[in-house]
Design a protein around this ligand. Structure first.
Ligand SMILES: Nc1ncnc2c1ncn2[C@@H]1O[C@H](COP(=O)(O)OP(=O)(O)O)[C@@H](O)[C@H]1O
Ligand SMILES: [Mg+2]
Length: 293
């Protein structure tokens, strides 16, 4: 029932790895968890899927619903943990090479172990936040300044941008942009948007560029914009790209935007997409409620 769908996308087309009812959000399935009704507003559980073999819409309940939920969450966990775990493996290999030397440098070993610890802490923090979001239906909120979150994101993706030959800029806000939220999840949402933007910019003509902008917006909201010089999102695809497992990339999982939207909505925010006047490609807007004074 929950299995892979179509194969490679047609050029420029959208591939649906798992076909979901687009109305699923309007038809909450009242899933039960740990013996109590979940009444949180998270949109991640589809009430209906289309059966891969018969193409018939099916209402999910009980174990089937639980399996479908896991099928959504597992790729998200894989997606978010791959990077820190890969970094841990490479640091551990570096430490082992050092230990094979006659007189290993204590400083180099300490640096390698420190790197392992920081990445392990990141993986554990990510798991804790994802568990809170998906299993417990809540957030680990604390007051944070989004400017710092954006700086961390830009630093985290600087090497990736360089590899792809894309200029990645952060347009600094002069004001503090405070939200009450889960910093790990919010950073992940922005990382997913920037990762997409880098790929879009790298695969289009012209000078590839991505900008990360944050401003205080109307109605006590903050707006983070990730804009790129790519070819933009075709208007006919806009409503579908936020659904899980929808991708136009042959190696894509179609999870990044869905996860970003889930994180935004869990914070009482939204994500939308339009075209960027300055860079010419897509502009994704993450709007979040500002922290109360
Ligand atoms: N910045 C962008 N410019 C153009 N298309 C985009 C952009 N970001 C996302 N998309 C479209 O949305 C789809 C879904 O994105 P995402 O959920 O991150 O999954 P994936 O990156 O695995 O394809 C992409 O395959 C692409 O078609
Ligand atoms: Mg993506």
């Amino acid at each position: 029932m929950v299995g892979p769908g179509a194969g490679r996308p047609p050029p420029g087309g959208i591939r649906m790895v798992e076909v979901l009812d687009p109305q699923a959000k309007q038809k909450p399935a009242s899933p039960r968890h740990n013996g109590h009704d979940r009444s949180d507003p998270l949109p991640m559980i589809p009430a209906y899927v289309v059966d891969g073999a018969s193409r018939q819409p099916q209402m999910l309940s009980g174990d089937t619903l639980r399996r479908a939920t896991l099928a959504h969450v597992a790729p998200a966990v894989i997606h978010e943990l791959r990077q820190p775990l890969t970094a841990i493996l490479s640091s551990a290999a570096g430490c082992e090479r050092l230990l094979a030397q006659d007189i290993p440098s204590r400083e180099a070993l300490a640096a390698g172990i420190g790197m392992i610890r920081r990445n392990a802490e990141r993986a554990v923090g990510t798991m804790r936040s994802l568990q809170q979001l998906f299993v417990e239906g809540g957030l680990q909120r604390r007051r944070l300044d989004l400017t710092g979150t954006l700086a961390e994101t830009a630093a985290q993706l600087a090497d990736r941008a360089q590899d792809l030959g894309v200029r990645l800029e952060q347009v600094q806000s002069v004001e503090a942009l405070c939200v009450d939220g889960d910093g790990i999840l919010l950073r992940q949402a922005v990382v997913n948007l920037v990762e997409n933007a880098l790929q879009a910019a790298a695969s289009a003509d012209g000078e590839p560029a991505v900008q990360l902008r944050a401003v205080g917006a109307e109605h006590r909201c903050l707006r983070v914009t990730v804009a790129d010089s790519g070819s933009g999102v075709p208007p006919g695809c806009v409503s579908r790209i936020f659904q899980p497992f929808v991708t136009s990339r042959s190696e894509g999982m179609g999870i990044g935007l869905w996860l970003a939207r889930t994180i935004a909505e869990a914070h009482g925010g939204t994500i939308s997409v339009g075209r960027d006047a300055a860079l010419g490609g897509a502009a994704f807007h993450l709007v979040l409620p500002a922290a109360r004074a």
